[in-house]
Every structure is written in C-alpha cells, then in structure tokens.
Design a protein. Structure first.
Length: 132
C-alpha cells in the first residue's frame, strides 16, 4: 500500500528538461514464478507557470499468470489488461497539492474449460487540505 501511495504522490519526471506539451515514457516489467507484468506509462506536461504545473499520465497494463491448483492439479490462468489516467497538480518545491485518476482492469481467469471475466475500476484522489 505504501508503494501505491508513493507512486500516486510522486510522478516520475523526465531525465532532460522539457516544455509545455513535452512527453516522456516509463516502462516497468516484472517476471516471477509463472507471472509476467508490464506497465507502460506516458506522461505529458500539460501546463507550467509561476512554479506550478499540471502533469497528465496514461497507463497501459498487461499481466499474465499461471498457477497449479494443489487440490485439483489443474492450471489456473489469469490475464489482466487495463488502462489508467491520472492528473497531478503540483509545485516543484513540494509534494503535489492534488492528484486524481482511475484505472480500469479487465481480468480473465480460466481453469480447464471454465472462465470468468471481471472488470475492476479503482478511483484514487489526493487533495491537500485548503488547496486550490
């Protein structure tokens, strides 16, 4: 949970200076014990004036996993595809004053000839008390 809160509070910044409209990308991949995930995030500096700015970010999420059910000895397969969109309002000398966004994931679980599809929608908001 702490990692999620930190990721929400602190968007990654570009390696080199950019102007308004500038874009940068971040890719994260993980593989572990039959699971694989990849998140591609694209960020854009939407506005900047008087030390304050707005950054928008879009995420594409893909993940798969396969696990053996010890009781039935059948393989449980799971795949996730999702999209997220976030917006940070911040000053570059302190933490963001406002962050908001949501992610929508479609999860498909299958075992043998049976499958289940689920849509998971998560909204996240942080706003500093008294922030405008």
């Amino acid at each position: 949970i702490l990692t999620q809160a930190t990721d929400l509070m602190l968007p990654p910044l570009p390696a080199a200076p950019i102007g308004v409209g500038g874009k940068w990308e971040q890719r994260n991949s993980q593989t572990s014990d039959g699971s694989k995930s990849e998140v591609t995030s694209t960020f854009t500096l939407k506005s900047f004036a008087d030390g304050s700015g707005v950054i928008v970010g879009d995420n594409l999420i893909k993940a798969t996993s396969m696990q053996q059910d010890p009781r039935s000895q059948r393989t449980l397969k799971e795949s996730v595809e999702g999209k997220g969109a976030y917006e940070w309002t911040l000053r570059f000398d302190k933490l963001p004053t406002k962050v908001g966004g949501e992610v929508i994931n479609t999860v498909v679980r299958s075992m043998g000839d049976k499958s289940q599809t689920q849509t998971v929608k998560v909204k996240q908001t942080f706003e500093e008390p008294g922030a405008k």
